[in-house]
Design a protein around this ligand. Sequence first.
Ligand SMILES: Cc1cc2nc3c(=O)[nH]c(=O)nc-3n(C[C@H](O)[C@H](O)[C@H](O)COP(=O)(O)OP(=O)(O)OC[C@H]3O[C@@H](n4cnc5c(N)ncnc54)[C@H](O)[C@@H]3O)c2cc1C
Length: 326
Amino acid sequence: MFDTIIVGGGPAGLSAALHLAFHKRSVLVIDRRSGPLFYTLTELWNVPGFVAQTGVQIQKTMKLEAEKAGAKIVSGSVSQVSGRAGQFVLETTKGEKFEAKTLLLATGVARHHPLISGGYEPFLKYAAKGNTYYCPDCESPELLGKDIVVIGVAGANSAVAEAAPLAEFASRVRLLLTGGTEFKPEFEAKRQKLNLEVIEGQIASVDGAKGMVRALILEDGTRVEADGFYISSPKVPRTDLAKQLGLQLAPKGHIKTAWRGQVQLEGAADGEFLAGVWAAGDVQPQTQQVSIAAGSGNIAAVMIDQYLQKLESRSLGHRTNLEVGA
Ligand SMILES: Cc1cc2nc3c(=O)[nH]c(=O)nc-3n(C[C@H](O)[C@H](O)[C@H](O)COP(=O)(O)OP(=O)(O)OC[C@H]3O[C@@H](n4cnc5c(N)ncnc54)[C@H](O)[C@@H]3O)c2cc1C
């Protein structure tokens, strides 16, 4: 029986694990290693304490810190959750079972990659490695003076919305609309205002090497060259476990949380939080950045520790009568 099980070992889960383990809580992180930092070989410029490190380096360092503090981190995919505060049971796809008094869901979001001849796998060689970008709030300044193609995987309107902050930095922004070409009038007006040229078509192949895309080759043979490629992709919160627990979701499908990561059951009144369960990181409805995810993991961990303190008095630093020889 662990004090806390954390599902998800990205920045949110690892930051929470560090805090809890440092406070002498027994904490287990179960992670299936599909978070973006496991693959991001480009440098991140907005993560305090880690400036100009790759996502991979940041991920490794945060894991080492949590382990050094005493957290146990295992690889696995949690498929089932049941129970309630004091006794949650989690089961992985391999049938392993783990129990904990409290639970933190830090499962992040899934992103879609562009399809190449109908499959996303060929793009994995380039995703988050060289000159491909996924996060306007994180990466826009890196596009200063560059010629950028926004690949609209999620449809025309969201491609315009995500192109807008990039257009402040890039010298030229074009939209390659692979996921739908219909604009709502307000998005068409914005597209025209920002002078975003439209390219239509599906990608047949990529001309590139060592993580750098030189050009996208479309099915009609058109060669689309650019300095960088921004992927405007649907972000799908990973909420399978939240749904099993009956948690309320926010309008865009994230786990609805209060600011300290507290969650509510479906139908619960505002402020009526579910005991023993918290959520942190991108799976919450918030801006998706490493430091925000880590901060939300930290605050959830503080709440979890305080909750556990109320359940038990540990007197960790007190010497017993036996120890002092009485
Ligand atoms: C290409 C790219 C570039 C980025 N660049 C930046 C940047 O420059 N600066 C910045 O601040 N942010 C950047 N971000 C965003 C940043 O990576 C995320 O905001 C951050 O990783 C979110 O952390 P998280 O812990 O909430 O989720 P994640 O990092 O997504 O981690 C969640 C983990 O939970 C695991 N998981 C999910 N479900 C289960 C389950 N059932 N069982 C076991 N494990 C599970 C996943 O495998 C994953 O490892 C970028 C994102 C991308 C995609």
